[in-house]
Ligand binder design. Structure first.
Ligand SMILES: [Zn+2]
Length: 284
């Protein structure tokens, strides 16, 4: 199966009432095992990379091997560049081979966010690349204000205006979600999700899905959210798998063997998220 665009996957998911996990990767294995889980579950998946990790691994390396693995996968797999805070980083992602990029102008004044997003969309359209944008601001789960202050949430009227003027392919919304570890259990604003979903014409994205309770994620799928970003929990799943399977009494340990063992736990983690976000039992 050839690589499929983020746009196609999200529109299909929206139409068929399931959500797609967008898994944040940081090396070859994080890509490989997520795709293997999607193949086992027979469901589409999105692989994404946060450009803030570019010092750890160059964007081009990730784009090269992730796109190649996506092309060879037996299920639809899309590859995406996560939070690009500037024009240069977003367009640099296009140059480096990402078939989809996020431009995040959510900390900018509204008109500047429109301008930045529109500028990236114009370049992306030339290359046939999808663009995700953000409106409202998805902050940090460590800040109570970021989670509960509705001033950070996405305005319904602005979301309509923003998507029409920028031409973005999907929109990340702030509805009580946040990045990283939550200081307290999040409570998503379902009325706002419902209102934005009925007002806006593009697929919607929920960032900060790690540790959002399962029932709230299922409800979000049923209300029509399409892309669910999972970074913190995936990173933690790696740590937990390696820590649990490492044998400290072993004298001549093999990291290769250890990671092959850990892969089972990682695939199980991703499979669990694929099933959770597919509450209506969609099958390819
Ligand atoms: Zn995010």
């Amino acid at each position: 199966m050839a690589i499929v665009s983020v746009k196609e996957i999200l529109e299909h998911a929206w139409g068929h009432k399931y959500g797609v996990p967008a898994i944040n990767v940081f090396n070859y294995e994080t890509v490989k095992w997520a795709i293997e889980a999607a193949e086992e579950e027979r469901l589409p998946i999105i692989i994404q990379f946060y450009p803030g990790f570019a010092e750890h691994i160059a964007l081009k390396y990730v784009a090269d091997f992730a796109v190649d693995m996506a092309k060879k996968a037996r299920v639809p797999v899309a590859v995406h560049l996560d939070h690009s805070p500037s024009y240069e980083i977003a367009v640099g992602g296009i140059r480096d081979g990402f078939p989809s990029v996020m431009v995040d102008g959510s900390v900018l004044p509204y008109e500047e966010n429109v301008e930045l997003t529109r500028a990236v969309v114009r370049v992306a359209e030339v290359f046939g690349v999808d663009v995700e944008a953000e409106l409202g601001h998805v902050g940090s789960g460590s800040s109570l204000d970021d989670i509960v202050n509705e001033k950070n949430y996405t305005s319904i009227e602005d979301a309509v205006d923003f998507t029409e003027r920028t031409g973005c392919g999907s929109l990340a919304i702030a509805v009580g979600n946040a990045h990283g570890v939550y200081i307290r259990e999040p409570r998503l604003d379902f009325d706002r999700i419902r209102a934005i979903r009925s007002a806006v014409k593009v697929p919607l994205v929920l960032h900060g899905c790690s540790d959002i309770p399962d029932d709230q994620l299922k409800e979000s799928v049923n209300l029509g959210l399409s892309k669910f970003n999972i970074a913190t929990e995936y990173d933690r799943a790696f740590y937990t798998a390696i820590a649990a399977r490492a044998d400290k009494t072993e004298q001549k340990g093999s990291f290769f063997r250890l990671q092959e063992e850990a892969a089972k736990d990682i695939r199980a983690f991703v499979a669990g998220k694929l099933r959770l976000l597919n509450p209506n039992g969609y099958a390819l």
